[in-house]
Design a protein around this ligand. Structure first.
Ligand code: ATP
Length: 327
């Protein structure tokens, strides 16, 4: 198969604890699947937080032209952070619990199908963003979503069911906070359930917090969920899972290439689903076309209800087949 990246040195970074999928034999599966491209694939494993950045940086230094990351949004974030502006192409093999960036880009969650995207050899430049110099590629948030990320990180198990459990547990005791938001020459202060700044359309697990977001428009989609009562806030969740959040009365959305969020004190936030304690002032910027990623040549356009429901059935099918497959 002719490839613009033939004879390329490739590093495969695997996070063994991401998601619930068994990773035994994944290195062999990747090497076999990509053998038609003639790439020299070296596999390394992460041992803890920050490892994927270190391993991706050393891959760049060694002259690798491609780095493949097998994990969830945390692993993709750490890997991609080292590749921004280098021209080295990131390949995403979704093995996480949420897989928000992969889902946004239309990369199949089935790993064998995901490998076909790499075989298509179709790299594309996408935007990324920074919050006080920390990079994110999918979503950043303060408020309820940050609290859920922190709760999820404390759990001993991973996967979609643990996310759902963390969401309900957090919801039971969550209190909205005040935020002052400055963007596009305007300033507003309000008590919000959450403020999400989105480079991509979803948190992961088909939770569409910004269904219209484009990842290569040089802009971030901001979704503010106003503080409401228990029922109206629960309905936001339903609209988010069906891709209909923009029509919800509790939502305020806009686009910008930079935004400042101020809160009363430093506190929880999340970057691509990874919890992080951050400052009271959050300076967020979009960096246009800063990362090169393998993407599918064709992606079906997003359709409310249809796209999320199809994805949900597909996830179920993959979960069942993963039970019977080793890798
Ligand atoms: N060997 C390891 N042991 C424990 N933690 C690890 C290891 N390697 C990486 N990590 C950390 O695991 C965390 C979770 O990884 P990741 O986000 O990829 O999976 P996930 O949370 O299951 O998926 P998603 O982010 O899509 O929901 C990251 O913070 C990462 O730094």
């Amino acid at each position: 198969m002719p490839s613009q990246h033939s004879c390329m040195k490739v590093r495969l970074i695997i996070n063994p604890i991401s998601g619930t999928r068994n990773k035994a034999g994944l290195d062999r599966l990747v090497a076999e699947s990509l053998s038609p491209l003639g790439w020299e694939v070296e596999t390394v494993y992460t041992k803890g937080h920050g490892d994927a950045t270190r391993l991706a940086l050393s891959a760049v230094e060694k002259g690798c032209g491609i780095v493949l990351a097998a994990g969830g949004d945390g692993t993709i974030n750490e890997t991609a952070a080292a590749l921004c502006g280098t021209g080295v192409v990131l390949g995403i093999l979704p093995c996480g619990s949420g897989n928000g960036l992969a889902r946004h880009l239309g990369i199949p969650i089935d790993i064998r199908e995901g490998l076909k995207v790499i075989l298509e050899d179709h790299p594309e430049d996408i935007d990324y963003a920074t919050v006080n110099d920390n990079k994110f590629f999918c979503t950043f948030g303060v408020g309820f979503d940050a609290a859920v990320s922190a709760a999820f990180a404390r759990k001993k198990t991973r996967g979609k069911l643990t996310y759902i459990q963390s969401t309900f547990e957090t919801y039971a005791s969550y209190e909205p906070e005040y935020y002052t938001i400055s963007a596009n020459g305007k300033k507003l202060t309000e008590r919000a359930f959450l403020v999400a700044v989105c480079n991509a359309s979803q948190y992961g697990n088909n939770a569409y917090i910004a269904p219209s977001a484009s990842i290569n428009d040089g802009l971030l989609d901001v979704t503010i969920i106003h503080a409401g009562n228990t029922l109206s806030t629960a309905l936001v969740g339903v609209d988010m899972m069906t891709g209909m959040i923009e029509r919800n009365m509790l939502i305020h959305t806009f686009r910008t290439d930079n935004i400042v969020i101020e809160r009363e004190r430093r506190g929880p936030s999340h970057l691509d689903g990874e919890p992080m304690e951050m400052a009271d002032r959050l300076d967020i910027r979009c960096h246009h076309s800063g990362l090169r990623v393998f993407t599918p040549r064709t992606v079906r356009p997003f359709k409310p209800i249809l796209t999320p429901v199809t994805a949900m059935f597909n996830d179920f099918r993959i979960a069942v087949s993963n039970i019977f497959q080793k890798a």
